[in-house]
Design a protein around this ligand. Structure first.
Ligand code: 5GP
Length: 175
């Protein structure tokens, strides 16, 4: 049985909002030594679109964390499987995340980056999905609030499928 996908965010919606987010971040942090840190794999498309709409110079970096496994909810056991390669101490950092769900991943990463000596750590999430939030977390830049549902597309996967889709969809039936 194949999955039914319901459109939640069109490519046009995303493009418009990403451009606004890039302008906001550039204005707030552009005079600083800014690094955008994308969380692989889900945020790679968001980061690449966001970066190309920035109006200030910035460095691009990636980390990878494991926590999800095959389940659809974060286990809370977070492990860094790809560390940043550039020296981040002293930099302003914006963590670029596809979707914040329980908040455990971003909470952990913010603490990790603060320990590395980053000057300031902010968070930019394409989607804030607050329903299952488990930790108190301030998101500095949010693209969209989506109350619930399992989302795919624009970098987000279900068992590695659907990342390539240019819009964001909810899986309404999984087969
Ligand atoms: P957390 O629960 O720690 O906030 O989110 C951990 C990770 O789960 C996120 O980085 C994101 O990749 C993934 N995730 C959370 N909700 C969804 C969802 O609706 N769809 C997909 N594909 N991934 C999700």
């Amino acid at each position: 049985m194949s999955d039914d996908l319901k459109l939640v965010l069109s490519p046009e919606d995303i493009n418009r909002r990403v451009s606004e987010l890039a302008a906001e971040i550039s204005q707030d942090l552009g005079a600083r030594d800014l690094v955008l840190v994308g969380i692989l794999k889900g945020a790679f498309i968001f980061l690449s679109d966001l970066a190309r709409q920035m109006t200030c110079s910035c460095y691009l970096e990636f980390v990878r964390v494991a926590s999800y496994g095959a389940s659809t909810e974060s286990s809370g056991n977070i492990e860094l499987t790809k560390a940043p390669e550039m020296e981040l101490a002293g930099h302003d950092v914006v963590v670029v995340e596809d979707i914040v769900d329980t908040g455990l991943t971003v909470r952990w990463l913010k603490d990790y980056l603060a320990e590395l000596g980053c000057r300031r750590v902010r968070v930019c999430a394409l989607i804030d999905k607050p329903e299952r939030r488990k930790v108190d977390l301030e998101l500095d830049y949010v693209g969209f609030r989506v109350p619930k549902g399992f989302l795919v597309g624009y970098g987000l996967d279900y068992n590695e499928q659907y990342r390539y889709l240019p819009g964001v969809y909810e899986i309404v039936r999984q087969g």
